[in-house]
Design a protein around this ligand. Structure first.
Ligand code: C5P
Length: 314
């Protein structure tokens, strides 16, 4: 890796994600659930600029309408700060870093925005400090920060197992067109998982037992490999959708609205509350964006798959 001069700004970019398939297994002793998920990185990005500093600081800006920065912490609990500190410790680096993040992935929206911040920060600090760590080592540090961080580093299309952090790349062709309805509230990921556990407990007698190690449906892999949105729409699935709808019943109307306006399918993204609609093509996506926008929802378009975290030459 190249070394950088003092006062240099390192600029990196990492994508948000959509889980086009997400099956949740049993709760494990470590408080996490065994997952089987198909990730697709999409063209909503977190841009991180890192400069040398004695302290660890972060500030956020956004140019995307509907992104509310007010709830994002800027203290040591922030995932980007945690990422920088973890890397400094692993690399034996004694200084700090000043981070500026331009945020375009919805906050607490189920699209991995915090994870993208962490991934882009790991790459930025790795470059700024010239640590010499390998991409695999960065992936391992990423997994300590959150289940989705390794995927934000990797990007593209991948299957995630374990907590979602054990990744294997999946073949995909073509470009999928997404329309995303942003909510003006966030949902806490642990709260959505816990709602799922409680639901499963309440209905133990009348639902089939939870699969301990779930698997991604092979039809999902085939649809991704074929680059066929209609086939993918038929098999998109998210175990976290029902608990997210239970916590935020208003999301059901958003799903219905999208499906009435040309979406092939709609789904709560990850733990929500962002709703992701898959469109058959760009024209349909533009129409859907207009139709949903007319109802005062904040709507953004994205395509996938896209690259994982990378350096940007300014
Ligand atoms: O790893 P991350 O910080 O993204 O996870 C947030 C929370 O989501 C965890 O504390 C856990 O409650 C829940 N989670 C889970 N099983 C997973 C991933 C996340 O229960 N595989």
């Amino acid at each position: 890796m190249t070394s950088v001069a003092p006062s240099t700004v390192v600029h990196t970019r990492a994508p948000g994600k959509i889980n086009v398939f997400l099956a949740v297994g049993d709760l494990q002793d470590d408080g996490y659930h065994e997952l089987a998920t198909a990730y697709q990185a999409v063209s909503l990005y977190e841009d991180v600029r890192a400069r040398d500093s004695d302290e660890f600081t972060v500030r956020f800006t956004s140019t995307t309408a509907g992104i509310d920065l007010s709830g994002v912490p800027v203290d040591d609990t922030n995932l980007a700060i945690r990422a920088a500190k973890l890397l400094a410790k692993a690399a034996g680096y004694r200084g700090g870093v000043e981070l500026s993040i331009d945020k375009n992935v919805p906050v607490a929206g189920g699209m991995g925005g915090g994870s993208a911040d962490a991934a882009a920060t790991l790459l930025a600090c790795d470059t700024l400090w010239n640590t010499g760590l390998s991409r695999d080592e960065l992936q391992r540090l990423g997994a300590q920060l959150g289940a989705d961080v390794p995927f934000a580093l990797m990007g593209g299309t991948a299957i995630g197992t374990g907590r979602g952090d054990e990744l294997s790349p999946a073949l995909a062709q073509g470009t999928f067109q997404w329309v995303l309805a942003l909510a003006d509230f966030g949902l806490s990921t642990p709260a959505v998982y816990s709602e799922l556990d409680q639901h499963r407990l309440r209905h133990q007698a009348d639902i089939s037992p939870v699969v301990r190690s779930p698997r991604v449906d092979s039809a999902v892999l085939q649809a991704l490999r074929a680059g066929d949105p209609a086939r993918l729409a038929d098999v998109m699935y998210n175990d976290l959708q029902a608990p997210a709808l239970h916590l935020e019943p208003g999301l059901a109307a958003v799903l219905e609205l999208g499906e009435q306006n040309g979406a092939l399918a709609g789904m709560v993204s990850g733990s929500g509350p962002t709703v992701a609609f898959l469109a058959p093509d760009l024209d349909a996506a533009l129409e859907l964006q207009l139709a949903l926008g007319a109802t005062k929802l904040e709507v953004v378009r994205a395509t996938g798959p896209v690259h994982g975290a990378r350096l940007i030459a300014d």
